[in-house]
Design a protein. Structure first.
Lengths: 266, 265
């Protein structure tokens, strides 16, 4: 348990900064909804004049497009991007900092198995991510309640918010894997930023290899806000893809970390 | 000269990665354009009626995405983000990495002045930045002309790329000044990228809410806003001047602070 608490203590300040940033960002964005909902009547009329086929192609549903949920949805991709950076930093840093900080020999010579070291660290990272998500969901729900013009579907809202957790878990586990694959990580950001943005850009490939195929390649496309609003559910095949990636990353991390030759710094 | 070569060797792998990402972004982005231009006229008409917040968030405010250059303006924002992140990181890292890797005690006792070491490091970083910019410029011109037939406005792309270069140098200077000032060698990269993302978000917010217009001087993303450049046809000299002043101040401060600092060993 010592490692677990030590990691929580070590990450406390960073995590609080992330939480405040999220809460502040969401609230200030949602505060624009009041003005927005006044402006939309014209677009609404025009949209209704469109044939349903065209609307379907554009992925627009009149019911949800201009609601407080729809408005929240526009921002969500960017929130995902920010959240991914947090998760990726955490996942990549939590193991590699022992090596780059030259404390690995100190930690690993203690009478605890590597399995346990790793488990404590993963648990700490998981707790941090869950805590961040609690703040995220609370801030989103609070802002939506304050600025809404009509009542919204709470289930859909909860599902929409929870996508953040899934996306963060994806990048957290990917971060773990990167941290055991790369021999020495000097700067966590040098890995996390390019990888997160790489996945973000991969989403653009849809026009080249087909929209449906491209969706499997990047977690940023696993969750479709429109689909969630319509069905009050996630798409199972993408949830499974995500679970598969997370499990493979974590298992491989365990295998490599428990066997790896970690040298004491000179 | 040795340090310049040493740093270029140390960064070439990273540069290849960034360039590959940039190529991918430009090509995949423009490939989407042909899809939009061929079938989406109705969609483009609809976009025009959307309320401003939707357009701002989608990054298409003030841009006609039905034209090749308007669409490229949307892509330009992503190009800016990618290139400035690279620039901010390399500016911060190239100065602070000796302390981070505990090699400062090896490098700084050498018979070269600190100013000279910093100068050579900055030159190496700028060479990296120029290469990334050239790759972006060439790939943009080729990709746009490939996907948009009859496109002849290469001057506009060049103008945008000059804006990109100034932005790169601006964030590179920000990274280096932070590395010059901060004692903790890990902080500069983190703070530089955080400032970058915050100024990006401010850019979005300024467009969303006209009451906050005074904030436009705070965020460089406003200095070289694609929609303004494309509509005006040139860069705004005021912002070029402002950027130059900021760059000079940052770089000078880097030297002043770094020369006086008690380096960690």
């Amino acid at each position: 348990m010592n490692i677990f608490w030590q990691e929580l203590r070590f990450n406390r300040r960073t995590t609080i900064i992330w939480m405040v940033a999220f809460a502040f960002g969401i609230f200030s964005y949602m505060s624009l909804y009041t003005a927005f909902s006044h402006d939309v009547s014209q677009s609404m009329k025009l949209l209704q004049g469109f044939p349903p086929v065209v609307r379907a192609v554009l992925g627009i549903r009149i019911e949800s497009f201009f609601t407080v949920l729809g408005f929240f949805g526009y921002m969500l991709t960017y929130l995902w991007l920010i959240g991914s950076i947090q998760a990726m930093n955490l996942g990549t840093g939590i193991l590699s900092k022992e090596i780059s900080g030259k404390t690995a020999d100190f930690l690993l010579s203690k009478p605890i198995s590597r399995f346990k070291v790793l488990t404590s660290k993963l648990a700490a990272a998981l707790v941090i991510i869950i805590a961040t998500n609690i703040v995220f969901v609370t801030a989103s729900y609070f802002s939506a309640e304050v600025f809404k013009t009509k009542d919204f579907d709470v289930t859909v809202f909860a599902l929409t918010c929870l996508t953040m957790l899934f996306i963060q878990l994806f990048f957290l586990s990917l971060g773990f894997l990167i941290s055991v694959l790369v021999p020495k990580i000097k700067s966590v950001l040098a890995y996390s930023l390019p990888i997160v943005f790489g996945f973000f850009i991969i989403g653009m490939l849809d026009s080249v290899i087909g929209a449906e195929n491209a969706r499997y390649l990047t977690p940023f496309k696993y969750f479709d806000v429109g689909y969630i609003a319509l069905h009050s559910a996630y798409e199972w095949r993408f949830l499974l893809t995500e679970a598969l990636v997370v499990i493979v990353c974590v298992v491989v991390t365990y295998i490599i970390f428990t066997r790896r030759d970690i040298q004491a710094p000179v | 000269m040795n340090i310049i070569f040493r740093e270029i060797r140390a960064h070439y792998k990273g540069l290849i990665g960034w360039s590959a990402g940039m190529l991918f972004l430009v090509i995949a982005g423009m490939a989407k354009f042909s899809a939009i231009a061929s079938g989406g006229q109705q969609a483009i008409q609809l976009f025009k009626t959307f309320p401003k917040p939707v357009l701002v968030i989608a990054g298409i405010n003030g841009l006609d995405v039905g034209t090749a250059i308007g669409y490229f303006g949307v892509l330009y924002l992503y190009i800016l983000l990618l290139a400035t992140i690279h620039a901010a990181m390399i500016g911060a890292e190239i100065i602070s990495k000796e302390e981070r890797d505990r090699t400062s005690e090896f490098l700084y006792p050498k018979p070269i002045s600190r100013s000279k070491i910093v100068t050579e490091k900055l030159i190496a970083a700028i060479i990296n930045i120029i290469i990334l910019n050239l790759i972006t410029t060439v790939s943009s011109i080729l990709a746009v002309s490939f996907y948009a037939k009859n496109f002849s406005n290469n001057n506009m792309i060049l103008t945008l790329m000059i804006g990109l270069f100034i932005m790169q140098i601006l964030f590179f200077a920000l990274g280096s000044v932070l590395a010059g000032v901060f004692k903790n060698p890990k902080l500069p990269t983190v703070v530089a990228t955080a400032i970058l993302l915050v100024t990006y978000i401010i850019w979005v917010i300024v467009d969303l809410n006209s009451k906050l217009d005074f904030l436009k001087y705070v965020t460089p993303f406003k200095y070289f806003d694609a929609s303004v450049i494309i509509n005006d046809g040139h860069l705004d000299p005021l912002y070029i001047a402002l950027s130059s002043v900021i760059i000079v101040i940052f770089i000078t401060t880097t030297y002043i602070f770094f020369n006086r600092r008690d380096l960690k060993v």
